[in-house]
Write a protein of this length. Structure first.
Length: 224
């Protein structure tokens, strides 16, 4: 395979890694908030944050263009203030992959935090630990396997993101063309060998990630 294929693979891994890192931080924060706090509109907020899971990626891509495009409110401000343009850049691909895959880590993190025994947290407070210490020494370590499983799913989803990425970042070889977009371009150009190679890499990577996520997920208990 030519060097362009490996450049595309490296770019895809970079986009997926950034999207995973961002979602890990945001997902843990949002998951803990939804699991531990009771406030008006909590389930509505959960539904809004989960919306990218059910919306078509092209719809998400369209709204991203409306928001971060040159004529969008945020995009125009970034362009005029800092000279930053996110459209047709790999950073735009990161934003698209982050939003599309966010619900996966959010749901995993919330379920993991809700599964932590609150009596253990209370015991830690009685022993004199501050709230931040309770979170980092008790809550997070116990919820970490479930959070990590969701994070791995985010990485796999980011590798295969197509619709929103194509609309926001386009398909510029070596700059914004990710693996899934490269497969589409290869099929359109009749380059079956390249398409098969890229598909094989994507499938193998996703299978490994799903197996790892399955081992980290909490065991299911079936009623007798």
């Amino acid at each position: 395979m030519n060097a362009a294929v490996w450049i595309t693979l490296a770019l895809t891994l970079k986009v997926a890694a950034w999207a995973t890192a961002i979602n890990l931080v945001l997902g843990v924060a949002a998951g803990w908030l939804l699991a531990h706090k009771r406030f008006f509109g909590r389930e509505l907020l959960d539904a809004i944050l989960t919306l990218p899971f059910v919306l078509p990626p092209t719809v998400i891509g369209y709204y991203l263009l409306v928001v971060i495009g040159k004529n969008g409110s945020l995009g125009h401000w970034l362009q005029s203030t800092f000279g930053i343009n996110l459209i047709f850049t790999w950073q735009g691909a990161v934003i698209a992959a982050t939003i599309v895959s966010f619900p996966l880590v959010l749901k995993s993190a919330r379920a993991a935090f809700e599964a932590v025994d609150p009596q253990l947290e209370c015991a830690a407070r009685v022993l004199g630990l501050a709230e931040w210490a309770v979170f980092f020494r008790v809550t997070l370590p116990m919820a970490w396997p479930g959070i990590l499983a969701g994070t791995l799913l985010v990485f796999a989803r980011s590798l295969g993101e197509f619709g929103a990425t194509l609309m926001v970042a386009g398909s510029i070889p070596g700059r914004t063309q990710t693996l899934s977009v490269a497969v589409y371009e290869a099929v359109q150009a009749g380059q079956d060998d390249t398409a098969n190679f890229l598909v094989a890499i994507n499938c193998i990577t996703c299978i490994v990630v799903l197996l790892a996520a399955g081992r980290l997920a909490p065991p299911r208990r079936f009623a007798r």
